[in-house]
Design a binder for this molecule. Structure first.
Ligand code: ADP
Ligand code: MG
Length: 256
């Protein structure tokens, strides 16, 4: 069987904001079906890495490949940006993001929220999109909330709507940025369950999380970022069960 390229491959990525170098040469690979979790202290660069992968941010150096296809940059080294708008759109819609703060449109019903991007960005057929959207809302357990507005839902329900919205783009991979951090503990679990179900289905996912139990339960691979560099990485059993670096041991004991 021919080797298929990873869905996401990031090589030696460097990213700076002004004089602040936030990513100092980071490599991440997620093959189809892989769940890769990113852990690390606040400010270590986890969100920046996800935003770079999704081409929401420029970067200064390194490669980003989507299914083997390298991102085309334009401009000089140090001032480059993605140069092909069609490629940016293709990659961004295929790496669908779920944010900590849900980011639902307040003036649209839940169903409209889920349908909006497939209709306007992908220009899909309305009847098909509606059918798919209702299906994804059912899947995340809020099929009865199609006609209500985000403010009428709990945080956990809003985040599940945001996950349905990401799924409705039919992406190759889902990128989660602290999907449970804004939630009360009892609502966290309903979102964790959805993420576990998605992992069980073989979805490709990159998950930034402070929830070590979630990372341990769903990940094939865990990456510990420290100040813009990978300090340690490996399968969850080893990373959580036998951490090698002093920093990771310190981080884990502080989060338990
Ligand atoms: P994490 O998600 O791991 O908490 P971030 O990726 O959000 O970390 O941030 C990494 C570093 O980059 C932090 O020092 C943060 O202050 C800085 N940073 C993030 N976004 C910006 C920005 N838009 N402009 C300037 N600095 C930023
Ligand atoms: Mg963050």
């Amino acid at each position: 069987m021919p080797d298929t390229p990873p869905v996401i491959e990031i090589r030696d990525l460097h990213k700076r904001y002004g004089d602040l170098e936030v990513l100092k040469g980071v490599d991440i690979t997620a093959h189809r079906g892989d769940v890769v979790s990113l852990i690390g202290s606040s400010g270590s660069g986890k969100s920046t890495l996800l935003r770079c992968a999704n081409l929401l941010e420029d970067s200064q150096q390194g490669e980003i490949l989507f299914k083997g296809e390298p991102v085309h940059w334009k401009g000089q080294a140090g001032h480059r940006r993605p140069g092909d708008p069609k490629q940016v759109l293709r990659i961004r819609t295929n790496l669908s993001m779920v944010f900590q703060q849900f980011n639902l449109w307040a003036h649209m019903s839940i169903l409209q929220n889920v349908m909006e991007a497939p209709l306007t960005v992908l220009r899909r057929d309305r009847a098909e999109v509606e059918k798919a959207a209702r299906g994804y809302l059912d899947k995340v357990g809020i099929g009865d909330k199609c006609d209500v507005y985000p403010a009428q839902l709990s945080g956990g329900q809003q985040q599940r709507a945001a996950i349905a919205r990401a799924l409705c783009m039919e992406p190759e991979a889902l990128l989660f940025d602290e999907p449970t951090s804004a939630l009360d503990p009892e609502l966290e679990q309903e979102v964790v369950k959805v993420i576990k179900d998605l992992a069980g289905e073989g979805r490709t996912m990159l998950i930034v999380t402070h929830d070590m139990k979630l990372a341990a339960d769903v990940s094939d691979h865990v990456v510990f970022l420290h100040r813009g560099l990978i300090e340690e990485e490996g399968p969850p059993d080893r990373l959580f069960g036998a951490p090698q670096s002093e920093r990771l041991r310190g981080f884990l004991s502080a989060t338990h």
